[in-house]
Design a binder for this molecule. Structure first.
Ligand SMILES: Nc1ncnc2c1ncn2[C@@H]1O[C@H](COP(=O)(O)OP(=O)(O)OP(=O)(O)O)[C@@H](O)[C@H]1O
Length: 246
């Protein structure tokens, strides 16, 4: 991806009541990169996502997105910069169709009068249809979101985030509770959508991380324990000791 921004965490620490949830964490995610982040419970994965999205302020260190220092911005400002986050539990309107949910996720004008005057333009319709194809739900466009399977709901939410055209997408445990087939399709989906944007995936499922086939960062005690291919980190004795060997 050309012209995208690099995410650069440099020496980030987060201290909660004397406890270091992040400890001098440094991490670079290149524009268009798809990065997996794994690590034992309490390693600091969620806190890392919270720091990037502005939910938690670092006690120390800097978080840059291109030239911009994210630690000086609030959550809304960071979202507006093009940093999207998918939480584990999908949030959508079950009583609306898949298409209507996508429509609501569009960058529509805000405010009551603007909303009343808002009509779906041809361009916006095409954008929704293209994204539905990207997430594999084009056949389900007119179905209510409430009847989708667990996996399809996760894909719809990813699609809704894509409607905002994020430059960086953070995805939290996307395949928890999915069938094997859904897990495989989710890996293919994330590989498809990276490149045009950067994607950071936090996940415990190592088979899924292997299917992504990209660089993996292992966090432990709030900092990077190991980094490289899945084979590299799975064979790293330190990773085996603190994570895989448990
Ligand atoms: N608001 C908070 N106040 C105090 N401690 C916190 C707070 N948030 C997180 N922690 C602690 O910081 C550590 C890192 O937590 P974090 O949720 O980032 O880990 P994680 O890698 O996401 O774990 P999991 O895989 O279980 O989700 C944990 O020990 C947690 O108890």
């Amino acid at each position: 991806m050309s012209g995208g921004r690099r995410l650069y965490l440099d020496g980030v620490s987060v201290v909660f009541d004397g406890f270091r949830a992040l400890n001098n964490l440094s991490l670079i995610v290149e524009p268009g990169e798809l990065r997996s982040v794994i690590g034992p419970n309490g390693a600091g994965k969620t806190t890392m996502m919270d720091v990037i999205t502005g939910k938690t302020r670092p006690t120390q260190g800097t978080v840059n997105f291109g030239e911009i220092d994210l630690t000086r911005m609030d959550e809304a400002g960071i979202a507006n910069l093009g940093i999207g986050r998918k939480f584990q539990k999908p949030t959508m309107f079950d009583a609306l169709t898949v298409f209507e949910n996508m429509e609501l996720a569009l960058k529509a004008p805000r405010g009551p009068i603007a909303c009343l005057r808002w009509k779906l333009t041809g361009g916006a319709r095409a954008q929704i249809e293209q994204t539905l194809e990207e997430i594999g739900l084009q056949e389900r466009a007119q179905d209510l979101a409430g009847i989708l399977s667990h996996g399809q709901r996760q894909w719809l939410e990813i699609g809704m985030l894509l409607m905002q055209d994020p430059e960086l997408l953070l995805v939290d445990e996307p395949v928890a509770g999915m069938t094997d087939a859904e897990t495989e399709q989710t890996a293919a989906l994330l590989v498809r959508i990276a490149g045009r944007r950067s994607v950071v995936v936090v996940e415990h499922d190592l088979e899924f991380v292997r299917a992504l086939g990209r660089r993996v960062t292992v966090l432990c005690d709030g900092s990077v324990l190991s980094e490289g291919s899945i084979d590299h980190v799975q064979n790293d004795p330190r990773v085996i000791e603190v994570y895989l060997g448990r």
